[in-house]
Design a protein around this ligand. Structure first.
Ligand SMILES: Cc1ncc(COP(=O)(O)O)c(C=O)c1O
Length: 501
């Protein structure tokens, strides 16, 4: 007689991964570290399987952030995944590559550098960190000037449009600077230069202009802001500077619109941030901040350490960070050059036009983005009487597409838009497919009862509430419709902030 043994008694190394006791039973707790170890294959499988339920990054059209790089660059990234960037003495080549990136980007943005002069800038985790550093430099410079003049320096403010990305609100709150926002209005979703400069006062540390609004990709008019500030600074004797948040546009404008003056060609632009991980074409985790000159970055913000080897200047919020993204950025800059970046951005722009024209052909949407700007298409429904943008976003998810719907900020919050961001890896085939799928979703929605039918549109002859046997109230059709609409509105409102980065 052959006695079978319990699977747990046998050698685990011969078990099928899925049938091993580690994978076939649940983890002891999701929120506490387990007492015992498990084999590496089991740990891998458990995590891999749960991650399969995440969305597909390449179909995530909500994000500006890179989801694909060439295999050669993937290899370089994996080879440097164990290098801490801050160990500059140990990894001098990596440090040198970062400095080369800073210089290449500063030249791209027309920093006024002499032949042998090096640029002033730093690699960061993303544009948010870059903006915190730029904001701190402005605050410190303004405070130093006010102190020297014997004036109060406790109420700094910054002027932005209400369309700024949340990182500016973070900067304002974390570093105690008042954020004075220029409101938007229907049909105009960027900062109005006239209103912005009007709001500038003696406590303004800078005006922040966005090259590529997160909401609709539109470039703010930095040249106009510069010219208005020039006049105001002359009249008042103030020296209010400009920071350009070129998180997305910094790697688009130099290639698609080289004549557009938005950067250090304008004298009041003192610092610029750009996300390497957006149109800089690198995976998440890299941003850049560059200053016009050394004088624009107060020396007291730079820390000097020597315990990792020689003297090292650092100006970052975090100490340790990976080196891979810096190496990835250097790869993209030398691999593509001006020619390659121009080619890629032109292709993105053409694909954005394919999506835009496809949507226009349906006759159902207003296009809220501009042809000049970040390659994206922001659009809203012309007719909201039966369905809204949140339903379209939900239904597209069934096809695998992640397309966010969101409301505009003050004073245009009654406008809801859908936004499709076109990145390098979004091919023409996918652009055409997306348009077809949106068309299908619209047809499906037309066949569904409206979730938004206002009571006024319902027939007036609906029966009244009746009380049926054992005291239960049977709702009229109108009451049922109202409660469905209420429930739906709550659901929609709860989701308003989805996925805008
Ligand atoms: C205009 C703008 N500024 C700043 C940010 C923040 O960038 P990051 O995600 O690189 O921190 C974003 C992100 O989308 C943005 O669109």
């Amino acid at each position: 007689m052959v006695l079978s043994r319990a699977s747990s008694d046998t050698d685990v190394s011969v078990h099928s991964t899925f049938a091993s006791r580690y994978v076939r039973s649940s983890l002891p707790s999701r929120y506490r570290m387990p007492e015992n170890s498990i084999p590496k294959e089991a740990a891998y499988q458990i995590i891999n399987d749960e991650l399969m339920l995440d969305g597909n990054p390449r179909l995530n059209l909500a994000s500006f952030v890179t989801t694909w790089m060439e295999p050669e660059c993937d290899k370089l990234i994996m080879a440097s995944i164990n290098k801490n960037y801050v160990d500059m003495d140990e990894y001098p080549v990596t440090t040198d590559l970062q400095n080369r990136c800073v210089n290449m980007i500063a030249h791209l943005f027309h920093a006024p550098l002499g032949e042998s002069e090096t640029a002033v800038g730093v690699g960061t985790v993303g544009s948010s960190e870059a903006i915190m550093l730029a904001g701190l430099a402005f605050k410190r410079r303004w405070q130093n000037k006010r102190k020297a003049e014997g004036k109060p320096f406790d109420k700094p403010n910054i002027i932005t449009g209400a369309n700024v990305q949340v990182c500016w609100e973070k900067f304002a709150r974390y570093f105690e600077v008042e954020l004075k926002e220029v409101k938007l209005r229907e049909g105009y979703y960027v900062m109005d230069p006239e209103q912005a400069v009007e709001m500038v006062d003696e406590n303004t540390i800078c005006v922040a202009a966005i090259l590529g609004s997160t909401l609709n990709g539109e470039f703010e008019d930095v040249k106009r802001i510069n010219d208005l500030l020039e006049e105001k600074n002359k009249q008042t004797g103030w020296e209010t500077p400009i920071h350009v948040d070129a998180a997305s546009g910094g790697f688009i404008a130099p290639f698609l619109y080289p004549e557009l003056e938005w950067d250090f060609r304008l004298p009041w632009v003192k610092s610029i941030n750009v996300s390497g991980h957006k149109y800089g074409l690198v995976y998440p985790g890299i941003g850049w901040c560059v200053w016009r000159t050394k004088e624009d970055l107060p020396d007291e913000l730079i820390f000097h350490i020597n315990y990792l080897g020689s003297d090292q200047p650092t100006f970052t919020l975090n100490f340790s960070k990976g080196s891979s993204q810096v190496i990835g950025q250097y790869y993209q800059l030398i691999r593509h050059g001006i020619e390659g970046y121009t080619n890629i951005m032109e292709n993105c722009q053409e694909n954005a036009m394919v999506v835009k024209e496809g949507l226009e052909k349906t006759g159902r949407f207003n296009i809220v983005s501009k042809d000049e700007g970040v390659p994206l298409v922001a659009f809203s429904l012309k007719d909201h009487s039966r369905h809204d943008e949140f339903e379209i976003s939900d239904m597209l998810r069934r096809f695998g597409w992640i397309v966010p719907a969101y409301t505009m900020p003050a004073d245009a919050q009654h406008v809801t838009v859908l936004r499709v961001v076109i990145r390098e890896e979004f091919s023409r085939t996918l652009a055409e497919r997306l348009v077809l799928d949106i068309d299908t979703v619209m047809a499906q929605l037309d066949a569904l009862p409206s979730k938004l039918t206002p009571p006024a549109l319902l027939p007036a002859t609906l029966p009244k509430t009746v009380v049926v046997a054992n005291g239960h109230v049977k709702k009229t059709e109108l009451e049922t419709q109202k409660s469905v609409t209420e429930a739906w509105k709550k659901f929609v409102l709860a989701k308003k902030t989805n996925g805008v980065c």
